[in-house]
Design a binder for this molecule. Structure first.
Ligand SMILES: CC(C)(COP(=O)(O)OP(=O)(O)OC[C@H]1O[C@@H](n2cnc3c(N)ncnc32)[C@H](O)[C@@H]1OP(=O)(O)O)[C@@H](O)C(=O)NCCC(=O)NCCS
Length: 179
């Protein structure tokens, strides 16, 4: 899917391919320390990216700047739920389902943040999830309670707060019903 950004740049949104791994690693390693402290679903070096995507339950989505070929946004998705999240979700009374849940972790390059790109990426991922029969999106490891931009983003997209937990500070679990 092609889209024109607010600053007039053409971007392509699509599923991650194995040929993107070096480009993705470059994107991840060039995130600012602040963004890296918020986003870390897997190792950022090329071998770590390749290893993560050996698991058929792991899929990725990217936004690519057409002019430069650079990745400028990336979402990591797991089909189902993470074992590390399941017990907490169940403690809120939320039963988890391998076949109809999906777990979501988004990121946007620092110079592109707060310009609507994360929301466009979300809409794209959402459509892909619905096509794949997914009924809910769970936040991967929750969201840090101090991450005001991400909290605003998730609330705007309709995610509901479930509860908080302590892991290197306070984190909020949130979930979105896709139906
Ligand atoms: C979180 C992230 C993916 C969001 O993507 P994004 O492209 O920056 O977000 P968007 O611009 O689409 O949406 C942000 C919304 O929050 C709003 N917002 C920003 N700061 C806000 C604040 N302090 N209070 C209230 N709303 C705020 C924006 O106005 C925008 O809403 P709008 O489109 O209605 O104007 C991105 O900022 C990012 O990669 N952050 C670093 C990594 C990260 O935190 N990942 C998530 C880990 S849980």
């Amino acid at each position: 899917m092609l889209l024109k950004s607010k600053n007039g740049q053409w971007l392509q949104l699509r599923a991650l391919r194995p040929t993107d791994f070096a480009n993705l690693s470059h994107y991840l390693q060039h995130l600012s320390p602040a963004s890296k402290s918020r986003f870390g679903p897997h190792a950022f070096d090329e071998a770590g990216v390749a290893q993560h995507y050996q698991d058929p339950y792991h899929v990725g989505y990217v936004a690519i700047e057409l002019e430069t070929g650079k990745i400028v946004a990336y979402a990591a998705v797991v089909w189902g739920y993470l074992k590390s999240d399941a017990a907490r979700l169940e403690s809120y009374g939320v039963a988890v389902f391998r076949d109809t849940d999906a777990t979501y972790a988004p990121s946007v390059a620092d110079e592109w943040q707060n310009q609507g790109l994360g929301s466009r990426l979300f809409l794209f991922v959402c459509a892909e999830m619905k096509n794949a029969g997914r009924k809910r999106l769970i936040l991967w490891g929750g969201v840090q309670n101090t991450n005001a931009l991400a909290l605003a983003y998730y609330r705007k997209l309709g995610f509901c707060y479930l509860g908080s937990f302590e892991y290197n500070g306070l984190n909020d679990d949130m979930i979105l019903d896709l139906r």
